[in-house]
Design a protein around this ligand. Sequence first.
Ligand code: GLA
Length: 697
Amino acid sequence: MIETGDNGRLWLLSGRSSSYALHLTDRDELLHLHWGPRITAAAAEALAREPLPPHWPFESRLDGREEYPVEGGPRFVRPALSVRTGQERGTAWDFTGSEIAGDELRLGFTDPVNGLAIVLHHRMRDAFDIVERWTTASHQGAAGEVELLRADAATWTLPERDGWRLSQLHGRWAAESRLVRGDLTPGEKVLGSRRGHTGHQHLPWVALDAEGAATEESGEVYGCALAWSGSWRIVVQHLPDGRVQINGGAGYDDSGLVLLGPGEAYTSPVFAGLWSAQGFGGASREWHAWQLAHVVPRAAEPRPVLYNSWEATLFDISEEQQRTLAHRAADLGVELFVVDDGWFGARTHDAAGLGDWTPNPARFPDGLKPLADEVHGLGMRFGIWVEPEMVNPDSELYRAHPDWVQFQPGRERTEFRNQLVLNLARRDVRDHLWQRLDTLLSSAPVDYVKWDFNRCFTEAGWPGEPYPQRLWTEHVHAFYALLDRLRAAHPHVAFESCSGGGGRVDLGVLSRTDQVWASDNTDPLDRLAIQYGFSQLHPARVMAAWVTDSPNTQLNGRVSSLRFRFVSAMAGVLGVGGDLTRWSPAERAEARDWVALYKEIRPVVQLGAQYRLRAPEGGLSAVQYTRGDDSVVLVWLQAQHHGEPPPAVRLRGLDPAASYACRETGAVHSGAVLLHRGLVTGLRGDLDAQVFRLRKE
Ligand code: GLA
């Protein structure tokens, strides 16, 4: 809901339980007024009438108060917008008008000197507490060029508090999305990626709680997350007077995003923000519900259990071997069989074939269709792996088009994993990829595509292009456009975003993929911390997780039970990734039972409200999912010490006055007891785990 006041110079957006207010002063300064609990328009108008506090000559009266601070004029904060025209930098605005279109507010401004027009977009849906913000910039002058050195999506302004604590999700390959919290000190905290993709190093998300007072289930939490899959930056600024602002947008450095000629426009990605009074858990549930309702395509459809042999076979695959695995997988109850890397071109190892998206004739003599048909005959869907944005120099594609990659003349073409990045900003490259992928999806009955991206940008040059740095944003737009076009042409195909694990997980990619691969680390214990971090922002519905072999083959040789591996992977979209030809009949029988159990709890896990009951750093960790009268509790014990029984796990989200029957124990528990004393799990030893199903009576 959007209300206006002060003769059309005040705007109040309200969602389910929060409000967001802006005010335009009579000098056309757009000030942030309020972001927090719901307030009335009258209360917002009273705030707008309060004069700005006095300021000293060395400070700006606007810093920390503006909705979208630009470079230029009396400002010293980090600008959201930095513009260069000829020899000049900076911009100054006149308000041109507001427009309300449903739940979206658009505020327009122009710079009378350089002709740049800016529209600030804010959207708040009635049923949610998420504010979506983005910015469009267009050149409305008759001549000349305007360079956007930086054009952030938004700047978020927090209220004054005695101090703030920052939560972030950091990582690296095989160790993504691990949560860290620490006091925010004066200065600027910069998170981001200058790698061309979202990166394993940080998820584009931060959360702030005042005075470090929020807990998992109580207290005030602000969060913001960027919907962008290229290089990005979020800067959390703790200003000299203690105020906090958070800028975020595409690009890491302020070295030039786009050059606008007359009539041209740039649209930033969305930077979404949230205020919650329900602690970190409440904030996460709000993010999850909003993504399921408004971001992730077809989110109401639960994802199938998949099988993928990558860890078991690596590049050593053949049609016959995949058939054998498909039969084994179908026997476990798997619903989607995926052929990973190695099915195409000369791709028998990672140094050749990437870019040649036709089946390897020695491995799949009649193409993929016979295997796909067999998989379908077994009652499963059929999926394949691709990495369309990349090429091995040892490939037909590169031999034909060595100039199609990002490169700088005279400089080395740095290879990572023996591959180079195609320049998707080029139309001929985009057209080629569309044609190849469309043909591929038409040539065999493919239901699912795992879309990988296995290296960062290095010499991101574009010889002959007058403004080559536009390649950074245009690559992402081209990737999005390709996915959108493929989805439209092949609507039954589901897509997974993968980038060496969780290197491309963000709200932008999630708005056009069905799930993401959170990490190449399938060790079930390490995964608990990765999944705990992932759940801060994203729902279980999009988090693929596989049960692989023990001892763990990829990383650490850790030995763990099938039970522990399954319960760990059941916290997301369950998959199986072990070498099923080596699983014993007893293991396969046990796995069949786990898959059947997962299918039963799947709607609650994938679509329910998630409560993180205990964090993974302790000996005992637990997650609960609740949907309607059903609750599912997953519990993991890392190691028992001194013979002490692990503590009871206090549940959440139950009705204290109701009774709950537990399917695993047959016991009926009082809701109040489960909430207050907790559920006694009976776990023991090392790496033990259990699933509890509870239903309200
Ligand atoms: C990446 C992915 C893996 C696998 C390999 C194949 O590393 O993260 O899951 O698909 O590529 O080369």
